[in-house]
Design a protein around this ligand. Structure first.
Ligand code: ADP
Length: 161
């Protein structure tokens, strides 16, 4: 049983994330989406909200599970008996950071390896932070997120006003 973990903030999940999830779910038996519960990082949605949004967004992919975690990713991977960490690469700027993290994780836990998926061209420019900023100024984000996520974004922004 090959279990992979796709960790991230997913604040909120974008079509870029979804593309990586669909592709990664085809190469592992089980894909656990790990929502990072990091109190130091300010987020728009709470970890519980992000988990619920991702569950709804990925409900048609049978081998995907969604959970939040805090602490070290390699410890979460151990706990879930996962040996693969899935990450997405958008640009060269992602590479340096991702390489460092992947090498550190492997040093700490040599049983865990990182698998990178290169972004599909049409999603390469999408990031959660741009989507949030755009939505806050009333921009149309329907090209970046699913209709459900768009509804959640609008509701959250209204709630915060
Ligand atoms: P983090 O805070 O860990 O960077 P993100 O939610 O921003 O969390 O991203 C999680 C993972 O998804 C990262 O590996 C990131 O490179 C990847 N990712 C984010 N947006 C895209 C995209 N548009 N296309 C491909 N991969 C992406």
């Amino acid at each position: 049983m090959k279990t992979g973990i796709y960790p991230g903030s997913f604040d909120p999940i974008t079509l870029g994330h979804l593309d990586i999830i669909k592709r990664a779910a085809c190469v592992v038996d089980k894909l656990i989406i790990g929502v990072l519960n990091n109190s130091a990082k300010k987020s728009l949605f709470t970890p519980e909200e992000r988990v619920a949004i991702i569950r709804k967004t990925t409900s048609d992919i049978p081998n995907v599970e969604v959970e939040s975690f805090n602490g070290l990713l390699v410890d979460f991977a151990d706990q879930k008996q996962a040996h693969i960490i899935v990450r997405g690469l958008r640009a060269i700027s992602d590479f340096e950071y991702e390489l460092q993290i992947a090498q550190t994780n492997r040093k700490v836990n040599p049983k865990v390896d990182t698998m990178f998926f290169t972004t599909s061209e049409e999603y390469s420019y999408i990031s959660s932070s741009i989507v949030k900023e755009y939505a806050m100024y009333g921009g149309d984000v329907s090209q970046f997120v699913t209709p459900y996520v768009e509804t959640c974004l609008k509701a959250k922004i209204k709630e915060n006003r």
